[in-house]
Design a protein. Structure first.
Length: 149
């Protein structure tokens, strides 16, 4: 929390101090990670504080060209678990990020409707999970927007 946020007190009659404190105390941040044809399933973030995923986006300059499906999802992995142990939670809804999609077009699929899956405890991890062969994929970035809880 900022010094200004720490100095605001509820016991002083200055109006909506609680609302101001809540707004100042809320920290939002983004995680960016590059993706291309050499990308593999990997961790991209370890939660240093309790936080919530607000949005996931992706854009690439060269689309994958494999004949099969080429997609990406972001998973929440609990502190002591692994990406592939079956306990990770997919943070995207039914639509995954299409890595063969239109170039230079930002994709922001809907998040899961299971709100608890979007909340990370200290030590929980975020991971990228790829499906298919990425082939020519290049110039991609995935952005995950979070808010401290």
């Amino acid at each position: 929390m900022s010094k200004l946020g720490n100095e605001l007190r509820d016991d002083i009659n200055v109006g909506n101090v609680k609302i101001i404190k809540d707004d100042l105390g809320r920290i939002m941040f983004a995680v960016n990670t590059l993706v291309d044809a050499q990308s593999i399933d990997s961790y991209v973030f370890i939660a240093p504080v309790a936080c919530k995923v607000l949005k996931i986006s992706e854009v690439h300059t060269t689309a994958g060209t494999d004949t099969g499906a080429v997609s990406l999802t972001v998973k929440k992995v609990l502190d002591t678990k692994t990406i592939t142990d079956g306990t990770s939670k997919d943070l995207l809804g039914t639509t995954k990020i299409d890595l063969k999609g239109t170039v230079d077009t930002i994709q922001s699929p809907a998040l899961t409707v299971t709100g608890a899956d979007l909340v990370l405890a200290i030590g929980d991890k975020l991971a990228l999970d790829f499906t298919g062969t990425l082939t020519a994929l290049a110039g991609g970035v995935v952005t995950i927007e979070l808010e401290q809880q």
